[in-house]
Design a protein around this ligand. Sequence first.
Ligand code: NAD
Length: 291
Amino acid sequence: MDIQTIGIVGAGQMGNGIAHVMSLAGYDVRLTDVSEDALAKAMEIMQGNMARQVGRGKISEADMQAALGRIVTTPTLTDLGQSDLIIEAATERETVKQAIFEDLIPYLKPETILTSNTSSISITRLASRTDRPERFMGFHFMNPVPVMQLVELIRGIATNQETFAACQAVVDKLGKTAASAEDFPGFIVNRILMPMINEAVYTLYEGVGNVNSIDSSMKLGANHPMGPLELADFIGLDTCLAIMNVLHDGLADTKYRPCPLLTKYVEAGWLGRKTERGFYDYRGETPVPTR
Ligand code: NAD
């Protein structure tokens, strides 16, 4: 199936990144959000990010103008119905996502592929509530979308090969790399990454190391570009905790038990960079460890 028009639901952090890369790759993009503010802000952010790419010589001014011209924003969800592929990137709440698919269904073409960018909700369960579980799958981008090379493609139990191949072709056209994952909690990246971050927090909690020694150890001793606590602050400690809870609940194994210290930071509202405090305090010139 040839994909030309891509509908994106949700114009937040991920939605605007997805619209950015899709429009630069030549796809016609229809972007919607319940918040008109979010739509206006998304266009501004994309313009700023593309201008930076022009500045660095990565794309030309003409590429940028053409890409921005391929993006149409609309507050009306059903305007996306005639898209070849829909990527849902709205708030991470199952009832929100389910309602979006329900509202879209009467307006879809029979061949439209539905996908979700969810980090943690079961693709099979979302698919089962649509009229096309065989044309439904997970299309999981990493943040920030224009920078990160990987896309996880997740098959639900009913996803057919034609749907998978069509999504794989889109990832290829973006110049990104797809990893195929089965539909189990955390897929591949979060299944491996989050327990490592959680273990780093346990290491801190038990006093085996402090913030500096833990992050330096993993940077210099394991060649990680960022320490696990620094990375946790970047992702958001609330997001890390939510994903650990999904692994713990979904796999029912105590090895995924969220560290009580992680819970404590979230309770304090110390969520990392976005609140200027997490394992580091970002309010000054340079980040200062909080433990
Ligand atoms: P965000 O909060 O930045 O954006 C979500 C957007 O969805 C908001 O603009 C909100 O107004 C909009 N929205 C809410 N309900 C809607 C509805 N009914 N219809 C249309 N728009 C609606 O969140 P985000 O970080 O962009 O995450 C979006 C999705 O991507 C989530 O499923 C999340 O799990 C997933 N994801 C996030 C990351 C990450 O690092 N942030 C990485 C990979 C995947």
